[in-house]
Ligand binder design. Structure first.
Ligand code: PNW
Length: 468
């Protein structure tokens, strides 16, 4: 099904650190990704985002790409340290403000709406030096940064994402140590970081609600990533329980407090408490304070990043030690029929997105949903005629259409990840997610449309409102 008869937003996304480069340009402060990549031994081929796609200089090229695709929306993130080099509002980098003003104004002049993410993995290093996301005070500083952005850009930006994938920040950055800031503190830090990110998000949402909403009339949410999970054996009680547990520890960790109860899923808390008790330590999952702004109700829509699916079985701890794996006690299995594309974790399961959307409708009070990320990666020799990825987008969008039309999910938009090949975190430039190929050997970072980009543009032009 290629025709989606409704007014969906059609977008593509990027993130500041992954594309901008200009890591020290015009007074930008360092972020934890600058530090992490420069430490060495962290990223494929010792690569870094110092220059990346050079979008800080080459924004005009990105705009051309956006127009070539015919996007109605473009999702970008702001670099906190480019705007506020020290992380706080005492010093504003005017050049950073000018850059994003131009991006936003140019988009609007081309009839493209910006969706702006305030935080996509790149904490100012100055704030990491004060404890980073483990510190409760970082949430307050995030709120000040958010207010600064609403004040500065909110006259034109109507769709805001506070924090992108708190799960990935917490787990990959503080439990596994494979993302910045590279901490390996299993079983403790990630829960604290997730907690402070939820507090930060909620504070920013309340700030928007009380100070800006009436005038700016925008919408604010946080982008939650989750795989779709199913029991390995549909009739097996342990597998079913493992599926529920892992869903609680991924999607539920952030969606349950915001959309359902204002607190963590009970399954998650009891699993963590049980492990804590076994090892004689106090609970590691913090509690929300009644004296702080409520978490419940702090999302104006559901922003979902979906990439893949898993089958679940019980088990998968890490021995005697405390760690998130033991808390979850759920092992992931790949169905042998699933195609693995590019990165090893990305099994191609378009139908998982439809199921996840339906699950969100049924479990999170039928919210408006934007699929804020979904994509397919390429590794090895460059294939510009990327037939498989083109098929993937067609199949996935067909699943979104079914969720909308047959399951009645309130889907509002679909954002492909990513507009450009870019710095894919620990995988550096070895993994390509773009609708445009970027030649990183070329000083001008030539952008070339992939076949998948061409096909996506066709789908958009068939479905853009007013053009059916
Ligand atoms: C997302 N994993 O992150 C991010 O929001 C993007 O910046 C990123 O480029 C995209 O997905 C593709 O990876 C993830 O290891 C990073 O499971 C890592 C994982 C998942 C998502």
């Amino acid at each position: 099904m290629e025709h989606v008869p409704t007014r969906l937003c059609w977008g593509a996304g990027t993130a500041a650190y992954q594309i901008e480069g200009g890591w020290q340009a015009d007074g930008k402060g360092a972020s934890i990704w600058d530090t992490f990549t420069h430490e060495g031994g962290r990223v494929f081929g010792e690569q870094n985002g110092d220059e990346a796609c050079r979008s800080y200089e080459l924004w005009d090229e990105d705009l051309k790409c956006i127009q070539t695709l015919g996007l109605t929306h473009y999702r970008l993130s702001l670099s906190w340290a480019r705007l506020l080099p020290d992380g706080n509002t005492r010093h504003v980098n005017q050049k950073g403000v000018e850059y994003y003003n131009k991006v936003i104004d140019d988009l609007l002049a081309c009839n493209v709406s910006p969706m702006v993410t305030l935080y996509h993995f790149d904490l100012p290093q100055a704030l990491q030096d004060q404890g980073g996301w483990k510190s409760a005070g970082t949430a307050t500083l995030f709120d000040s940064y958010a207010k600064f952005c609403f004040h500065t850009f909110g006259d034109r930006v109507k769709l805001w994402i506070t924090i992108n994938e708190p799960y990935v920040c917490a787990k990959l950055g503080h439990e596994d140590g494979i993302h910045a800031p590279g901490l390996k503190e299993p079983g403790t830090a990630a829960y604290l970081v997730g907690h402070n990110m939820l507090r930060a998000h909620a504070m920013a949402w309340h700030s928007y609600d009380s100070l800006y909403r009436a005038q700016q009339e925008g919408a604010v949410s946080l982008a939650i990533n989750s795989d779709w999970l199913e029991p390995l054996n549909a009739g097996c009680t342990e597998d079913i329980a493992a599926t529920e547990r892992l869903l609680a520890f991924t999607l539920g960790w952030f969606a349950w407090p915001v959309f359902v109860t204002g607190d963590y899923p009970e399954v998650m808390r009891s699993a963590i408490d049980a492990q804590s008790e076994k090892s004689g330590c106090s609970s590691r999952l913090p509690s929300f304070s009644k004296d702080e702004p409520a978490i419940l109700g702090t999302a104006d829509f559901f922003a979902l990043n979906y990439y893949t699916s898993r089958k679940m079985k019980q088990g998968g701890g890490c021995g005697e030690k405390l760690c998130m794996k033991s808390d979850r006690d759920a092992g992931e299995v790949l169905d042998p029929s699933w195609l693995i594309c590019g990165v090893s974790w990305l099994a191609v399961v378009p139908q998982g997105l439809r199921k996840l959307l339906k699950y969100i409708k049924n479990n999170f009070n039928n919210p408006a949903v934007y699929v804020t990320e979904n994509g397919f990666s390429q590794v090895g020799p460059l294939q510009t005629e990327d037939v498989q990825r083109a098929e993937f987008y067609k199949d996935t969008i067909a699943e979104v259409a079914k969720a909308l039309q047959e399951d009645g999910v309130n889907v509002r938009g679909y954002f492909a990840w990513s507009l450009l090949d870019n710095f894919e975190w620990a995988d550096g430039f070895s993994v390509r997610f773009g609708l445009f190929h970027v030649d990183f050997a070329d000083a001008k970072r030539k952008r070339t449309l992939y076949r998948s980009g061409r096909e996506y543009a066709k789908i958009i032009s068939k479905n853009r409102c007013g053009q059916s």
